[in-house]
Design a protein around this ligand. Structure first.
Ligand code: AMP
Length: 579
């Protein structure tokens, strides 16, 4: 059954969350540590062993240089991480997070499940969407759909089932990104009307303000700057986030950071209190800066704030009281927050999965193109072909010709953005249309179809208008990987995942063996007087021997040790019978 299920994955900047529909209802799948969201953090140790999630977050203080956070900010770019002698792309790091979530789901459901819907910010461009799809594929997921996070949130709130027309704003303020989307529900269709945001604004910026406040307070109190080592700044960052979260519930919070630095060999501590009022003052501009993307989105949707019927808050940073107050004031409306803001996106993605599998009956969902798409025209002008905010899937045709006699191929530079100048937009791909029969300039009439699929990913086809014949297309994307590269990374990832599983098994076997040996030692000590001395000696040396081997347990030894452990258990049984 589970094989037909589709996982809903919110691959977040700070945290990720995974849900699935069970018995017609979405449920959040907890991680091994019991958390309902998993930090989007990947870390490597000095042996290049990988940890993901809670465990990676916990070791971040000790290992800041090999701990990777907020990789989502780099999706769709050529950014590479150098860890020891290996280089990692954002797709591979995201794949490690997705791999962890997939395993978590399979453990929880007790079955193999690989189909998934992954969410992305509504304004993600083509390359960012493709990079997300590739990350899923590298993690061995069958990515059935990429959907916009605000659309998922609206689904989580059941806003696809309203009985009348409604305008909805989704205010999604996470750890690293801010996303505002205007949706319209009409005639059983939920349509994204406009989207805007700032992918460099989020809860992290609030943490940084508190960090700056701590640095300034420290300097004022001690007369010198805190040493800016990565360990110190990581400790301060953690404490800043903790204080920020506390200030959402209480009006002042104590910050105690002992042994932060040393002066002439003596430890220096930090001990102060941050009030909510002061926190609001030092972060007021961050809250206010959300207004411009809201205004732009409303303008693009041709709406006023008063026309909005529902305001939905999503993302951990919407728990900040000043943010809630600001939104309430802006729209003059009480925002909806009944669904846990950290889980809404993933729950919505799972609901979309349920709609696709038929487990949930619901309406059609339409997303839109987040940025206009077109080609670079002679003189560097941007020739728009698909307008921003057009519902997807969409295709538009445009006829191109040659500009020299005997020319057999046409090159197009496809870009995405709103500037009149092609160079100021995002370069997506170089497309070469080939097999054009030799003719005079401007004679061949090649009709190119520009497609944006349901995932918001671009591709194109071409045909000769005169003959109807399909023309060959070579599409070279400016960033991102080819199918072959993705396959290679997927193979690597699957090997890595298998190694990690073996490692987990080893650790589990080690823990089990150590516990059993400790029990055996305890039993021997307790009953030693009742056993013949030669047997007691043999048992004891057996246990000492096994303990030494268990502590350096390697994969090759695992089976061997298992057998010996069984022998010890058997001996213990016979010993207890003798006793
Ligand atoms: P998300 O990306 O939606 O998981 O949001 C993560 C961000 O929300 C992080 O910056 C968290 O520090 C922040 N966050 C989570 N809970 C709270 C809270 N109670 N108050 C303020 N910020 C929070």
């Amino acid at each position: 059954m589970a094989e037909n299920k589709i996982l809903g994955i919110d691959l977040g900047t700070t945290n990720s969350c995974i849900s699935v529909v069970e018995g017609g209802h979405p449920i959040v799948i907890p991680n091994a540590e019991g958390g309902r969201t998993t930090p989007s953090i990947v870390a490597f140790d000095d042996q290049a062993n990988r940890t993901v999630g809670e465990v990676a977050k916990r070791q971040a203080i000790k290992n800041p240089d090999r701990t990777i956070q907020s990789i989502k900010r780099h999706m769709g770019t050529d950014y590479r991480l150098q860890i020891q002698h290996r280089s990692f792309s954002p797709e591979q790091i995201s794949a490690a997070i997705l791999q962890k979530l997939k395993t978590q789901a399979q453990t929880y459901l007790g079955e193999k499940i690989t189909k998934a819907i992954i969410t992305v910010p509504a304004y993600y461009d083509d390359s960012q969407r493709l990079a997300t799809r590739h990350a899923g594929e590298i993690a061995g997921l069958d990515v059935v759909r990429i959907i916009n996070e605000p659309t998922a949130s609206a689904l989580a709130y059941g806003l696809n089932k309203l009985s009348q027309e409604a305008n909805i704003v989704i205010f999604d303020f996470g750890g690293g990104t801010f996303d505002v989307t205007i949706l319209q529900f009409a005639e059983q269709v939920l349509q994204v009307k406009a989207t805007n945001g700032n992918n460099q604004l989020g809860g992290d910026d609030f943490d940084r303000r508190i960090m700056d406040w701590i640095y300034a307070k420290f300097k004022a109190g001690n007369g010198f700057d805190l040493s800016n080592t990565s360990v110190v700044s990581q400790r301060i960052k953690e404490s800043a986030e903790k204080v920020k979260v506390e200030l959402s519930g209480i009006t002042s919070s104590a910050i105690q950071l002992p042994f932060l630095d040393y002066r002439s060999g003596d430890p220096v501590h930090f001990d102060d209190v941050l009030t909510r009022q002061e926190f609001n003052t030092i972060t007021a501009d961050l809250v206010k800066s959300t207004a411009l993307p809201i205004e732009t989105a409303l303008k693009d949707a041709k709406m006023d704030a008063e026309q909005i019927d529902y305001v939905v808050l999503v993302g951990g940073s919407t728990r900040i009281p000043a943010v809630q107050e600001f939104i309430k004031g802006y729209f003059q409306k009480e925002p909806a927050k009944s669904v846990n803001p950290d889980e809404a996106v993933s729950i919505g993605a799972a609901i979309q999965g349920g709609i696709l599998t038929g487990e949930i009956q619901s309406v059609l969902l339409l997303d839109v193109v987040p940025m206009s798409l077109g080609v670079e025209e002679p003189g560097g002008k941007f020739g728009k072909i698909i307008e921003k905010n057009t519902a997807i899937p969409v295709n538009r045709k445009r006829v191109f010709s040659t500009n020299a006699n005997g020319q057999t191929s046409i090159k197009l530079h496809v870009v995405q953005g709103e500037s009149q100048k092609a160079s100021e937009n995002i370069s997506l791909a170089d497309v070469t249309i080939g097999d054009i029969p030799k003719a005079d300039a401007n004679v061949p009439q090649i009709e190119v179809t520009f497609d944006i699929d349901v995932d918001g990913i671009f591709f194109c086809t071409a045909r000769d208008q005169a003959t109807g014949e399909e023309k060959s297309i070579e599409l070279k994307r400016t960033t991102g990987f080819s199918k072959e590269q993705v396959k290679k990374f997927a193979d690597e990832e699957s090997r890595q995942a298998a190694e990690e599983e073996q490692m987990q098994n080893l650790i589990a076997a080690q823990v089990l063996a150590e516990t059993a040996l400790a029990d055996a030692e305890h039993a021997l000590a307790k009953y030693s007087a009742l056993l013949p001395p030669e047997k007691l000696g043999a048992y004891q040396s057996n246990i000492v021997n096994l303990k030494a081997r268990v502590s350096t347990l390697g994969q090759a030894e695992l089976e061997n040790i298992r057998r010996q452990m069984e022998a010890v258990v058997a001996k213990l049984k016979s010993m207890s019978q003798q006793v």
